[in-house]
Design a binder for this molecule. Structure first.
Ligand code: ATP
Ligand code: MG
Length: 427
């Protein structure tokens, strides 16, 4: 036998029965997005590397070390597998002038790629669901997006999800804070680890996000950005807080919440849980009023969030709404291959009438005995078996047998009128 091939490290196959949980989540998201009037967007998985360098910032973790980038052998273009979808979405919005007649509410779902060390809740191919509102400036849309995420947690049956918010102010306010921060960190240079030293002048804000316990106390005492915010920024933040309070959404202000990407301003927020170990952030987002201009579009305000689907599904498994793996309504038992033409034809009519039917099919060893076919019918979870035996077919009929209600009740039904009795299979 040839040597077995395996998937790329950190990239997962999503298989039945687990894939049904993914579809269940995606259905819920589609329903919810429709109710908030967010419309679906699908951008390419490959983009020009420059989009992420300009969009995310050169000194971010993603651009510095996590991107899958390569040169196209055929034309030398520098391409990158998207590490996130906001930059691509904003590119598409600008490229197609989607904001020409006003703001837009958009959402996406799909795989993202980051070269990280794989561990629980952290993969190299992972999935995000994202919602973005573009062209709207006020804190009302920030609140709407947070309410949307909160509604999703409720629908998925998740408790123990906390909301943390912060304001990053505007670039000028950040520059003032940054100068004060660098001065403070330089005073404590002896406490900085290698990572922090490297970031001191490139991305000092990110040092506040450190997970190094030896730096915690020093970082706690650092100048806080919120103390550098002007009246307008504070008004935006107060507006958001008031709308959350009016809607009974509990939040904690986390002055150290800075987000990994350069493009955020004003509101930033995360939904976190303690149930997933150190990978506890299930949704992260904020306002990015400068991004559209940065990638060459006509400047417009924008805000959005992204959910880590793997992390949410792990939480669902642990504490979410009960989830029933899908089962067909009926399983077709086919004792002899001669019955297939009539069986297939009947099943098509039933399926067109909305019945889920699984047909027995031959393995390499053949069709198997009636007994083994009924075992398979049972294992499929179907409530009914349809028996296409020679006797039945000779009479132009099929036997419908109850598998789940304990009665074992049987009835004959005419093949020619499958649409007429399809309904009994759905109950
Ligand atoms: P972290 O600090 O955990 O690396 P991040 O700031 O890089 O997160 P974002 O870019 O904001 O994450 O992505 C939004 C969400 O996507 C995260 O909150 C998380 O739920 C999920 N996510 C990010 N990277 C991964 C990954 N490598 N594997 C699985 N999920 C991820
Ligand atoms: Mg990261």
């Amino acid at each position: 036998m040839a040597e077995k091939l395996s998937a790329v490290k950190g990239m997962n196959d999503i298989l039945p029965p687990e894939s049904a949980r993914w579809e269940w989540l995606e259905d819920k998201v589609r329903g919810l997005m429709a109710r908030y009037a967010y419309r679906n967007v699908r951008t390419p998985i490959l983009e020009h590397t420059q989009l992420f360098v300009r969009g995310l910032g050169e000194v971010t973790d993603i651009v510095e070390k996590e991107m899958y980038s390569f040169e196209d052998r055929l034309n030398g273009e520098h391409l990158t597998l998207r590490p996130e979808n906001t930059a691509g979405l904003v590119r598409a919005v600008a490229e197609h002038s989607l904001l020409y007649d006003g703001g837009k509410r958009l959402y996406y779902m799909g795989p993202m790629f980051r070269h990280e060390r794989p561990q629980r809740g952290r993969y190299r191919q992972f999935h995000q669901i994202g919602a973005e509102a573009l062209g709207f400036a006020g804190p009302d849309v920030d609140a709407e997006l947070i309410l949307l995420a909160d509604a999703l947690w409720k629908e998925l049956g998740l408790a123990d999800v906390r909301l943390e918010i912060n304001s990053l102010g505007q670039p000028a306010e950040r520059r003032q804070h940054r100068a004060a921060l660098i001065a403070y960190l330089e005073q404590h240079a002896d406490l900085l680890d290698e990572d922090a030293k490297r970031r001191l002048h490139s991305n000092p804000l990110r040092i506040l996000d450190t997970k190094n316990p030896a730096m915690q106390a020093m970082v706690e005492g650092a100048p806080r950005l919120i103390d550098f915010l002007g009246a307008e920024s504070l008004a935006h933040f107060d507006g958001l807080k008031a709308m959350l309070e009016a809607n009974g959404i509990a939040y904690r202000i986390n002055p150290r919440l800075v987000r990994g990407l350069d493009y955020y301003n004003l509101s930033v927020f995360e939904f976190v849980t303690d149930r997933l170990g150190s990978q506890g952030t299930i949704c992260a987002g904020g306002r990015y009023d400068d991004l559209i201009g940065q990638i060459g579009g006509k400047p417009a305000p924008a805000v959005g969030w992204a959910i880590g689907v793997e992390r949410v599904l792990e939480l669902v498994k642990e504490q979410g709404a009960a989830f029933d793996a899908p089962a067909p309504d009926a399983y077709a038992v086919v004792p002899d291959a001669a019955a297939f033409p009539a069986a297939l034809k009947t099943l098509q009519v039933l399926r067109a009438a909305g019945v889920a039917v699984q047909m027995h099919a031959a393995s390499a060893d053949g069709l198997g005995s009636m007994k083994s076919q009924f075992k398979k019918a049972d294992a499929s979870g179907a409530r009914h078996a349809l028996v296409f035996g020679a006797d039945e077919l000779a009479a132009g009929e099929v036997t419908v047998k109850a598998l789940r209600d304990g009665s074992g009740a049987q009835q004959r039904q005419p093949l020619a009128d499958a649409a007429g009795w399809a309904g009994i299979l759905k109950s």
